[in-house]
Write a protein that binds this ligand. Structure first.
Ligand code: SAH
Length: 371
């Protein structure tokens, strides 16, 4: 799984970015990441079917149906007990991928009486390729579904689910130099190939000095600047009650250094190796995210690990019932769930937070870890 740092493939986007840098100078890491994911003609999500065994990476919902089912039961309980069973509820998913998780969520949530009649689904998806996959997967869902591109713009009360969505949120990076903190950028080396560089922009506020007083020269820190995300959820909270569940790989500290990563055909590679042809992402700082959401007037549950969260929801009991009912698939079911809970894998690398409008009671699944 190691990345070969020297490789630079001249993809169509690499060519386009090199032209841009030659004329305008180095771009920021977040500009690089946005172009890689969303450039209209050559961006990764804009053009590809990324997820699944034949794509570049696989996610929890694609590993085991139980993942989406647990979130479906959570959704049903939040609707009924936390929000008081309103007659109409918008169930939103940010970045639904192939629609697999939403299909499993809806199947499981149906057991809660009245939920299926109340629910309207709204999917926030920027990729046309994935939107059409979602239409196929959800063609039998039997509930109204709409699509949109914005984080808000649907009616409250709402329940929002987001798995592996925020890791695609572009990060900026700063590097400590002998002259203080500077923004890290993507420029060109003497041979005209993409390379990381230091941009001629200093961090003037001194925030980084205060946050990382011990940082050595060469240290890299990053920020997703989740303010826009917090503003959107803040605006939603002003329109009515909502609860959101955010799951992603990440850490609970302010920064964990350079976490920018690229994955192509299930292998890690250098983030500059194949612009537009690899999935590029960064680990989510749940500390930064929770602080910014909290400052925006929202209430937070967690973060806790995925293993704790799914454990609190009773995944072990549900798995053994499902194995019992499907003895032919028992091995496959057990392997999938073991992967979701793996102590040195997804179980701890993935963290979960709940976000809610003020006045909405704390969310199920976070019993021992309220912030
Ligand atoms: N949640 C899915 C897919 C994760 S991949 C799963 O767990 O399998 C990330 C998803 O988020 C893709 O569907 C991608 O197209 C979408 N996405 C990423 N950034 C987005 C943005 N800014 N706006 C809308 N959709 C976005």
């Amino acid at each position: 799984m190691s990345a070969d740092p020297g490789v630079r493939r001249v993809t169509p986007l690499a060519h386009k970015l090199a032209e841009r840098i030659r004329v305008h100078g180095p771009i920021s890491v977040s500009e690089y990441m946005s172009a890689c994911l969303w450039d209209e003609a050559t961006g990764y999500y804009a053009t590809r079917q990324a997820i699944g065994a034949s794509g570049d990476f696989i996610t929890a919902a694609e590993i085991s149906q139980i993942f989406g089912e647990m979130l479906g039961l959570w959704t049903g309980v939040v609707w009924q007990q936390v929000l008081g069973g309103p007659q109409s509820i918008t169930l939103v998913e940010y970045g639904p991928g192939r629609g697999t998780m939403m299909r499993d969520v809806l199947r499981a949530a149906r057991v809660v009486p009245g939920f299926a009649q109340a629910v309207r689904v709204h999917l926030v998806e920027a990729s046309q390729v994935l939107q059409s996959a979602q239409r196929d997967t959800l063609s039998q869902a039997g509930v109204p579904i709409t699509w949109g591109h914005n984080l808000i713009g649907f009616p409250a009360p709402a329940i929002i689910l987001a798995n592996e969505f925020l890791d695609a949120w572009p990060v900026d990076q700063w590097v400590k130099t002998s002259d203080g903190w500077r923004q890290r950028g993507v420029g060109l080396d003497a041979g005209g190939k993409l390379t990381f560089c230091v941009r001629n922009m200093s961090e003037t506020t001194g925030t980084l000095d205060r946050l990382y007083p011990q940082a050595a020269v060469g240290a890299v820190v990053e920020s997703q600047r989740p303010e826009r995300f917090a503003e959107a959820l803040g605006a939603l909270a002003r329109s009515g009650p909502f609860a959101a569940l955010i799951i992603d790989y990440g850490y609970a500290t302010a920064s964990a250094g350079d976490t920018l990563q690229a994955v192509r055909e299930h292998k890690y590679e250098d983030p500059l190796a194949s612009p537009g042809e690899a999935d590029i992402s960064a680990h989510v700082s749940f500390f930064e995210l929770a602080s910014v959401l909290h400052a925006g007037g929202l209430a937070i549950d967690g973060p806790i690990t995925q293993a704790e969260f799914l454990g609190n929801l009773g995944i072990i009991e549900r798995t053994s019932r499902l194995m019992h009912a499907n003895p032919n698939r028992a091995g496959e079911i057990e392997t999938g769930v073991a992967r979701l809970l793996a102590p040195n894998g997804m179980g701890t690398r993935f963290k979960v937070i709940g976000v809610r409008a003020q006045g909405v009671p704390s969310l199920p699944g976070f019993a021992h870890a309220e912030a």
